[in-house]
Unconditional design. Sequence first.
Length: 515
Amino acid sequence: MMRLLYLVLLMSILPNFGFAAVDNPWSLMPMPKEIQAKEGKFRILRSFTVNLKGPEERLNPQATRFLRRLDDRTGLFFEQHFLRTDSQVSEASLQVEVQKAGVLKLGVDESYRLSVAPEGIRLTAPTDIGALRGMETLLQLVQVDENGYYFPAVEINDAPRFPWRGLMMDPSRHFMPVDVLKRNLNAMASAKLNVLHLHLSDNQGFRIESKVLPALHEKGSDGEYYTQQQIREVIAYAGELGIRVMPEFDVPGHATAILMAYPEIGSAPAGYEYKMEVNAGVFDPTLDPTNEKTYELLEKLFAEMASLFPDEYFHIGGDENKGLHWKENPRIQQFMKKNKLKDNHELQLYFSTRISKMVKRLGKHMVGWDEIYTPELPKETLVHGWRNWQGMDMYQAAKKGYKMIVSSGYYIDLMKRAESHYLNDPLGDKPLKPSAEANIMGGEATMWSELVTARTVDSRIWPRTAAIAERFWSPKHIRDVDDMYRRMDLFSMALEIDGILHIHSKEAIMRKLCR
């Protein structure tokens, strides 16, 4: 009797899941590529079990995590507590079949097929990473009626629209402890995002331990930085979720924290005193591209960090360099004249080209914000568009064969409505030939933290980033704003169950203000 009362109460507070209630009967986010409703329901009972066939290193712990999250949503206390390497349940409720382990790199196959029938569930995928994406979809399919919890019968064939689907977090302005990164990695996995971009250096802080150049974190972090062991832990945790981690060290501008440690590679005229910034803004301190020691120090740093971060992409920033200190330095101006560099843009191209060769020697592909782009930029560079890229020759970059990712329109720190992000397409609104479209690899939501702390960051990222994640994953024609908001509300509640503090933190801060 008590169980029935509990279910009736739960149904009264949950949104209507009935197929006739809305044009889109599903509560999935992002929406799959193909979905077809079937007749019947698979009832979720305490005897629910999972069986795996395929590589187990990533599958076993993540299938166990899926089981625990499903248990948490239903309160059924499943008899199967976890999956072991030697456990085989031939008659399991959920059969997962995977061909091979996915390698964490751009373009890994993340497709899957999910079939739910009254007699059982089958999830198949070419890679274990695809299977993880399918488990997230299955978890979102949970529904409830007067008889209890169930999965509706359905056939899903799914794959992402873009291979690069990222979230940039900025611990340089306000430090984000490891637990903040981990819980947001969990949320990213729920939204099928696959790249965590860490902006690790700026005017307000250098946030990672360097054993080769320890003055960087000792003088440029105020004591708040990630140890290399912590970064390895974050990378490993992300890898279990099928998420890559890409570092960014912003040069030649945004360089105050670096110059706190090594002022001799700065561009300011003699007598200038570098001071750590604590406020938001674009500041003048800039590395000296005419000083050979600049490249010597950066090569040591980049070599160390390239060995720490296994991802094949390495972001060097390159944005918002006004070049004021370059103009004020007579020695730099003489260098430009001698080398026939007519302006700061050509001097930055000189710097970017040298850095590109350095990064290439380390076995990485260089990524930079769109200011680094000129038609002379090395073709292997990945251009990261953040400004109004339709007006910044970015179409020309794509047409000329440059690979690109897009953050224009996805700046979630600006606190715009989810609708504005959702209707912003990475391909823009100008027609592109298929060959140029293929150069747009995807995009990233950017969470700059000038005005954000570890306490508030979850509420700035979620749930709006789920709308961006859908734009990166789902077919282009899925654009119903009202339905997006309906599904995003449900996604938001699921995030809270999984430990994201976007709802709790807001209430806690309000209580603090009212004390």
